[in-house]
Each structure stands twice: as structure tokens, then as C-alpha cells.
Write a new protein. Sequence first.
Length: 90
Amino acid sequence: MLTTDSDAQRRILNRLRRARGQLNAVIDAVEGGRSCRDVVTQLAAVSAALDRAGFAVISTAMKECLADPDNPGEDGLTTEELEKLFLMLA
């Protein structure tokens, strides 16, 4: 399970939906023959939105892990695994 915090899950989904919209804008820009600047600007927006969503997922998991350190949850994530996931995004 991604998170038991419904508010955190809503925020993560909103970020991912925003990234999806931005990715659609990149596709439209490429299909429409837009300038390199426009395409790269949109790509940077997608990348930032995905990074923010990833960090939100990890921070939520860390918060849940800290709340109950003896129970790593359904995902079985340990503190060490969370650190590795964080570093994958860094």
C-alpha cells in the first residue's frame, strides 16, 4: 500500500496528474513543431513534477515508518531501503 494517509495520497495523485498534463504538453509541443526552448521547458516541468511526487511518496513512507519503527508496513520498507529510494531521486 502506498500510504494510509488519504490526504497525502490525494496530494501525491494531484502531483502525478499535473505531471501527466505537462507530459501531454510536451507531446503536443513536439507534434506541433514548437521550438527547442518550448519543448525543453515543458520537459523540465514534467521532471520537476515527477521528482516532487517521488519525494512526497518517500517522505510519507518515512513519516509512517517513524510513527511505528517496529512495523515496516505492507511494503516491508526498512529505514535503509527508504534511504536508498530517496537517493535514487536525489
